[in-house]
Write a protein that binds this ligand. Structure first.
Ligand code: COA
Length: 170
């Protein structure tokens, strides 16, 4: 039986922290599906299609990794994909409470799916997508946090957003 796992998130944008989890999770599963959440309460920098495309690009060298978007409940998506586990990264103790609640609720919703936690590499334990977006919005250097291809897309998008704002003010 193929052991399929789902690694869910917003990935707005994907960072080296996510890639570290993807690389390690891909080694302990037969197939890893990165599930990009469509409808989040967060206001995204990138559209769902852009996020999926960027993730596909940066994970193209992993043979057993696929990228898909999903809407609705994570457990329903996992069931649809015949996944037996959900992979989550734990960055610090502050993540724990939320993650525990999420995994326990998901277990109640679907008993057949377990959540597996991977501790994030210490190097990236402080990292989040919003921190990257914030640094980039002040034209800071984000090369330590995201692959160069992603850094370029972020800079482009921030410039586009700025130009749009300026044109509205005129
Ligand atoms: N490296 C770097 N950053 C990381 C990271 C890592 N290893 N792990 C998490 N992060 C960051 C993310 O980039 C994100 O940053 P942001 O808040 O600045 O955007 C932040 O930590 C939170 O990540 P995460 O908890 O994965 O949130 P998310 O919005 O990316 O994903 C879902 C949350 C998708 C898992 C959850 O909302 C979900 O399952 N939704 C579907 C509906 C559902 O089933 N709800 C659950 C019912 S109990």
């Amino acid at each position: 039986m193929t052991k399929t796992a789902i690694y869910p998130g917003s990935f707005d944008p994907v960072t080296f922290g996510h890639l570290d989890i993807i690389e390690r999770a891909s080694k302990i599963t037969d197939e890893l599906i990165i599930g990009v959440l469509k409808n989040s309460s967060k206001t995204p920098l990138f559209s769902i299609d852009e996020r999926v495309k960027m993730l596909k690009e940066v994970t193209k060298n992993f043979d057993n990794v696929r990228v898909e978007s999903f809407d609705g409940l994570l457990v329903d998506f996992a069931k649809e994909k015949n996944a037996i586990m959900i992979v989550r990264g734990l960055r610090a103790v502050t993540d724990f409470e939320y993650e525990l609640q999420l995994s326990q609720t998901n277990k109640v919703l679907n008993k057949g799916i377990d959540t597996v936690f991977l501790t994030t590499n210490l190097k990236y334990s402080y990292l989040s997508s919003s921190i990257v977006r914030e640094i980039a919005s002040y034209d800071g250097d984000i090369s330590e946090f995201v692959p160069s291809l992603i850094a370029e897309k972020i800079r482009e998008r921030i410039k586009e957003n700025r130009d749009e704002q300026y044109s509205k003010q005129d």
